[in-house]
Design a protein around this ligand. Structure first.
Ligand SMILES: Cc1cc2nc3c(=O)[nH]c(=O)nc-3n(C[C@H](O)[C@H](O)[C@H](O)COP(=O)(O)OP(=O)(O)OC[C@H]3O[C@@H](n4cnc5c(N)ncnc54)[C@H](O)[C@@H]3O)c2cc1C
Length: 509
């Protein structure tokens, strides 16, 4: 059997039949099978939007040498008689626990939120009543912030290619679409994620792992640089190793870790608001037409740099998606975006954020704890403004002009939008930078100024970073790891999960 790697261009609405015919024309035989290695949309020229495909064709009629085997993450099972507690069932905590359990550790996950079924009910009740549920919300519960997320699986880091492959394969084995293995912009959607996290939990339990829901770590017992145990609302637990994967919304967990001597420092992050447009407007701006066969919805990615102001960029664009209330507590207001696999909602949303260097902004050194306090105060300010989870918003052109016209158009956010001078609620330097950034965006996309902008987006990445050594151990501790987005070393589903895997592997000897 020989293999041949070929690159092809195909029209957006191509059929499997037409692809097979094209391959046959190239390899000059009808006796072959093929697999797609990479698929990306080239939309640079509106008159010639097409898929770029890299395909591996295998056939007895092909004489080339077999292709090189791409390395895989190898996990060797050995009974290790060591107990591990992982706090948090998000991508970082789950994948750390999964790898450890598969390698022979006795692993238990503790999750403050509910399992995904209850969580789905909790979130839908929240969105219909506005009554917040502290254990079933967009931040907390099975699968962490990653479950009711948009499920974009992009990550640009080359250092995590083995881990990324393992994560994507695990998602496919748990029911995810196979295309995530080769799309350059893979996307699961929250409908798939709900099923996947449950199936992954069953696999973890089948391997012998334990998971406790609605169980919150409330205290950590430390003796001489060693964590000896943790206290939860369901009793105390001890273990040999502790992996804390709290995400970046769990401010009480951050405060607990800091009070126990875990070292964190402030880092750069970004804040802003969510922009929203009719998806059709974005399709026309990007493709020159309202729809394209074989492609779900158009995306965009915009950046704007200017002198003497912070960098502004669009973040976490959700084509065909909705804006959601992503608060982690009952008195803070935060928005985020998500979509279903089909990306078939009539709106497109994305964050518009400006970078924050808190020390530069406040003109003093700011400790990790003060940074958390500052961010939480801002999230509370947005809550207090409407006295609930209704969010302030205006049109993009109002934000730019600083003049509220009251022309807000239709929106997807489920708990209502109050027309307000949104810019006044944001810190001065963020306001100025966003205004300039939005002007730039409007110059680049037709009709962009007619969109809405709303709420507070404060969760692009963690505002603080843990201090850890080369093995990933928290400085000053010999069995404690803080991993994933909450560590400040990762952001997003793939990099958080990969950070969990790398940290777990560091103890597998
Ligand atoms: C609406 C939305 C859309 C998003 N869309 C995308 C996207 O498309 N692509 C992408 O890459 N990223 C997306 N993200 C971000 C992504 O979800 C996170 O980067 C990722 O989930 C971080 O993983 P993590 O495991 O580090 O933390 P998390 O997923 O935040 O998980 C942390 C878990 O720890 C638990 N926990 C915290 N403290 C305790 C405690 N004391 N005791 C017990 N349990 C505790 C929490 O309940 C939570 O379940 C989105 C986020 C949201 C909210």
């Amino acid at each position: 059997m020989g293999y041949k790697s070929i690159s092809l261009k195909m029209p957006t609405g191509y059929s499997e039949d037409s692809l097979s015919k094209k391959i046959k024309g190239i390899v000059k035989t009808g006796n072959f099978s093929y697999s797609i290695e990479r698929k990306s949309l080239d939309a640079r020229k509106k008159s010639n939007i097409h898929w770029e495909l890299k395909i591996i064709v295998s056939s007895n009629d092909i004489k080339q040498e077999p292709s090189q085997k791409i390395p895989e993450l190898e996990l060797i099972y050995r009974k290790r008689n060591k107990r591990v507690i992982v706090v948090g069932s998000g991508p970082a905590g789950f994948f750390a626990a999964y790898v450890l359990q598969k390698s022979g550790y006795n692993t238990m996950i503790i999750e403050r939120g509910t399992e995904v079924g209850k969580r789905t009910i909790g979130i839908s009740k929240f969105e219909s009543t506005g009554i917040f549920n502290p254990v079933s919300n967009y931040a907390f519960g099975e699968g962490g912030a990653g479950t009711f997320s948009d499920g974009k699986l992009t990550s640009r880091s080359k250092r995590i290619s083995l881990e990324k492959k393992f994560i994507l394969k695990s998602y496919v084995e748990a029911g995810g679409p196979k295309e995530i293995l080769y799309m350059t912009h893979p996307h699961l959607g929250s409908d798939n994620l709900k099923i996947i996290v449950k199936n992954l939990r069953h696999k973890f339990e089948y391997e012998g792992g334990t998971i406790l829901f609605e169980t919150q770590m409330k205290d950590i017992h430390v003796n001489n640089g060693k964590v000896t145990g943790i206290s939860t609302n369901h009793g105390d637990f001890d273990a040999d190793y502790f992996f804390i994967a709290p995400g970046h919304s769990s401010y009480d967990t951050y405060r607990l870790l800091i009070s126990k001597g875990v070292l964190f420092h402030s880092k750069n992050f970004a804040i802003g608001s969510r922009m929203e447009h009719p998806q059709e407007l974005i399709n026309i701006a990007q493709w020159g037409r309202s729809s394209l066969p074989g492609v779900k919805a158009a995306e965009y990615r915009l950046t704007s740099k200017g002198e003497n102001r912070e960098h502004v960029y669009s973040f976490c664009m959700c084509p065909g998606g909705v804006i959601v209330p992503a608060s982690a507590t009952s008195d803070t207001s935060v928005v985020n975006g998500m979509s279903r696999y089909m990306r078939d909602n009539k709106f497109a949303n994305a964050a518009c954020v400006a970078t924050i260097n808190i020390g530069r902004m406040l003109k003093k050194e700011v400790s990790a704890i003060k940074t958390i306090d500052w961010l939480e105060d801002l999230e509370r300010k947005f809550y207090k403004f409407t006295d609930g989870f209704t969010i302030p918003g205006c049109t993009i052109s109002d934000f730019i002009s600083g003049n509220l016209t009251g022309n807000l158009s239709d929106f997807s956010y489920p708990l209502g939008v109050t027309q307000a001078p949104l810019w006044e609620l944001l810190p001065g330097n963020v306001q100025t930078a966003m205004r300039e950034g939005l002007k730039d965006f409007c110059n680049r996309m037709n009709g962009f100024e007619t969109g809405n902008i709303m709420g507070l987006e404060s969760k692009t990445s963690a505002p603080i970073q843990v201090e850890r050594d080369k093995q990933g151990l928290c400085i000053g501790f010999n069995n404690l790891y803080v991993i994933g987005e909450g560590s400040g070393f990762a952001g997003g589903i793939i990099s958080s999960a990969a950070d969990g895997i790398k940290s777990a592997i560091s103890i597998v000897s």
